[in-house]
Ligand binder design. Structure first.
Ligand code: UDX
Length: 478
């Protein structure tokens, strides 16, 4: 097992401590049962821990308690039902119950972008820590998992100091998560690294015991899970630095796509060619509509706001460019639509009235029902504003998308969406769209024009089927 510690001395795994509750293994609670907390609660129960999930949202807790995952994540429903049936996993809306039950409490609440600027809104972190701390009667470890501005862990310690009884000696740790939607179960059970931000041996020991299930699973599969033990500030920064790097990598290739468009080059070939260099690597180098979702966009903004507060705003000024490149890709689709449909691009954008556009994809990426900051929906909004009649179809994201954009049209199936369309835009790379038969679709549309917003279609097959194809950062096919 590889463990690195701030002092650079490799650590041996700590002695397994007896948890304050006296149970054999620490009892775990997860506060906030959104995407992060629910997935963690379910997966840690699967690893054999006794787990209690908490949320202030009663309908959400009722759903989870009845065996229904409130969002789409492959494999999670089955694990939820299995662990509920086993009795290891329960859900509650009572802070008292959480305080009474748990040894290690994971804070998994959301930290959305504030309405008044780029910074993160810490309201839910504050209310969950306050709600819990004031009910604690014995020693416990409160572990932050939410993505937060650096300095939050120290602030959480202060809140606990004000609300928890001093004799309980409640401690704080920070352990960021890196789960990707669509792969969340794998990412929790088989993480590629674990970060422990701690101040004491006890906190380290409790965190280690709380993750022993992860290490044991790795051992049975002959894998290593590296642990990085760090101070609070470093642990908090790891998460935002990782997301800033990923966002930068995507915007880098999308910037190359802009250059390719001007120079008549093909960014998909360029990405393949540079990705063979192991120092660069080919992952997260897919040019297209850019990044969205609940994490990358808001995290790079909150990171800039925090750097500004710390007096080092200049160090992260490039993240502003990363954001702008990302936004420009969305506008590019509207430009391409106007070109393909032969409508001039006026000062208020193109006028596409009287035309019918099928949009395939609403979620921010495939295998998810999440439409938060979805590039696809942002393009739908822009296309709607051009006066075009838009019909959206998505395999999993329809109800979330309809709630977000009630003013646009939605189709029940792929074929309903494309029927009579003058233009088809593929904006999320779902397998259903990648595998669609362009010859069959050609029979249904009014005009065989397609924009491949994710460079996910086989260009030559579509062209052979008679389609006028446009990709992102790719020349017009001959
Ligand atoms: C991300 C991080 O990957 C994860 O580690 C962190 O914990 C949370 O944020 P997620 O939001 O689930 O996870 O999505 P991810 O798979 O990273 O994709 C983010 C966005 O980037 C998507 O909109 C995706 O379509 C886009 N993307 C990704 C690209 O445009 N090109 C790529 O090459 C990769």
């Amino acid at each position: 097992m590889t463990i690195s510690f701030p002092g650079a001395q490799p650590l041996t795994p700590p002695e397994l401590l007896t948890p304050p509750s006296g149970a054999g293994r620490p009892r775990l609670t997860f506060l906030g049962t959104g995407y992060l907390g629910a997935t963690y609660a379910i997966c840690f129960a699967e690893m054999g821990y006794e787990v209690l999930g908490f949320d202030v949202d009663e309908p959400k807790i009722a759903k989870l308690a009845s065996g229904e995952v409130p969002f789409h994540e492959p494999g999670l429903d089955e694990l939820l039902r299995k662990n509920l049936a086993h009795g290891r996993l329960r859900f509650t809306t009572s802070y008292d119950e959480v305080a009474e039950f748990g040894d290690v409490h994971f804070i998994c609440v959301g930290t959305p972008q504030r309405a008044d600027g780029l910074a993160a809104d810490l309201t839910y972190v504050e209310s969950s820590v306050t709600g819990l701390a004031s009910r604690l009667t014995r020693k416990a470890l409160i572990v932050g998992k939410s993505t937060v501005p650096v300095g939050t862990a120290e602030w959480v310690e202060e809140i606990i100091g004000r609300h928890a009884p001093a004799e309980a000696e409640v401690e704080v740790a920070w352990s960021p998560e890196f789960l990707q939607e669509g792969f969340a179960v794998e990412d929790v059970l088989r993480p590629n690294r674990i970060i422990f931000g701690v101040k004491s041996d006890w906190a380290y020991g409790m965190l280690y015991a709380s993750h022993k299930g992860v290490f044991d699973l790795a051992q049975t599969e002959d894998r290593e899970v590296p642990i990085v033990v760090a101070d609070f500030a470093t642990a908090e920064l790891v998460k935002v630095a990782a997301n800033a790097f990923l966002a930068t990598k995507i915007s880098f290739i999308n910037a190359m796509a802009e250059v390719c468009e001007a120079a008549g080059a093909d960014v998909t070939q360029l990405a393949r060619a540079i990705g063979y260099d192991p120092r660069i690597g080919n992952r997260f180098l897919r040019a297209g509509l850019g990044f969205g979702g609940a994490c990358l966009p808001k995290d790079i903004r909150a990171f800039q706001a925090r750097a500004q507060e710390l007096g080092v705003g200049e160090a992260l000024r490039f993240l502003h460019e990363v954001d702008l490149i990302n936004q420009r890709r969305r506008q590019r689709v509207v430009q391409l639509a106007a070109e393909l449909l032969d409508r001039p691009n006026g000062p208020a954008g193109p006028d596409l009235s009287g035309l019918r556009i099928a949009v395939l994809g609403a979620t921010f990426k495939p295998n998810s029902d999440d439409v938060r900051d979805s590039p696809a929906l942002s393009v739908v909004r822009k296309l709607h504003r051009t006066g075009a009649s838009v019909a959206v179809y998505d395999p999993e994201g329809m109800s979330n998308a309809e709630r977000e954009l009630p003013e646009v049209g939605f189709a029940k199936t792929l074929t309903d969406a494309v029927a009579g369309a003058d233009l088809v835009c593929v904006l999320t790379e779902w397998e259903e769209f990648r595998n669609a038969d362009p010859s069959a679709l050609a029979e249904l549309v009014n005009g065989k024009r397609v924009i491949d917003g994710r460079n996910c279609l086989d260009q030559s097959v579509w062209v052979r089927a008679g389609w006028d194809y446009r990709g992102m950062g790719r020349p017009e096919p001959m």
